[in-house]
Design a protein around this ligand. Sequence first.
Ligand code: PMV
Length: 326
Amino acid sequence: MKLLKVYSRASAPTKIILFGEHFVVYGKPAILAAIEKRIYSSINIRNDNSINLNINNIHEEIDIDNILLLKDKGFTNLAHPLFIVIYDTLMRFNARFGLNVKIDSDVPFGSGLGTSSAASASLITTIFNLFGMFDKEEIFSLTLNAEKLIHNNPSGADPAISISGGLIIFRKYDDNKMIIPLEYDKELEFMIVYSGEERITGKMVDNVRSIKDKNPQLFEIFANKSEEITQDAIQALKNKDYALVGKLMTKNHELLNRLGVSSQTLNRLVEHALNNGALGAKLTGAGGGGSIIVLFNADNRNRLLEAFKGNKIFVTKISNNGIKIE
Ligand code: PMV
């Protein structure tokens, strides 16, 4: 494939899971929204064979021929799986040249907002762009491979929303996926509150697997409950019944808490949001830390901003932009 550019920049959105996290790994539906905070990848071609990667205060350089050794050594930082992503994407084009790569994020890594998927999706998109390619299906499958490197058993929901943007229902069927875009209210806002606790998605997903293996019947009951909440939420979102959407979010949080993926901090933050007029609140993503999302109506916006002024927060609308060339 012909190289068309020597410099490229692309971005992908981070995301919130409104409903259905964890159970989505086992074939239940989830609702995800892309948000206005993004991850940007910039690359330029070097005239040697080194990949120089700069992400989140990590600055490492590895010769392209040594990248695969990282797999044997084990990844010890956030940058390592991304070196493999770069390698695999270059190999897709039978290309072998050095790159300077810089990845910048609007949100902290590990905050439960799909940063790993957004970083991979933006990186893969920017390399595709060097060759004048923008094939969303292929970028999805490479991003999913990247997620598999980072945590063993991803549902594919995060790559799907990074690529499509907007608001979607996602469901995994064995090796297939169903993605249904949902209409959404352009004015709808969510407050995101960081817990300050970092966690590793892969570990949380593994914890849930062992819970499932220990008590499959109970897990089945939980998974069916998650599906029921998600189906009710789809209807409530279609009806713009945000009081009900909020109640369902809180119910979803309680379910995830009973599953064991919440934390004291997350529960305290959800409680605090509800005590200050939120329509609903829940952890988002893998849990165990990360962030909570809060739904509110205009009347309670200021009260909630005031209530969380000691925390790291932001308010976001849903973003229609998936992966994008900058
Ligand atoms: O915490 P995040 O943003 O990595 O989201 C993980 C979502 C899970 O449902 C827990 C895992 C998955 O692959 O869907």
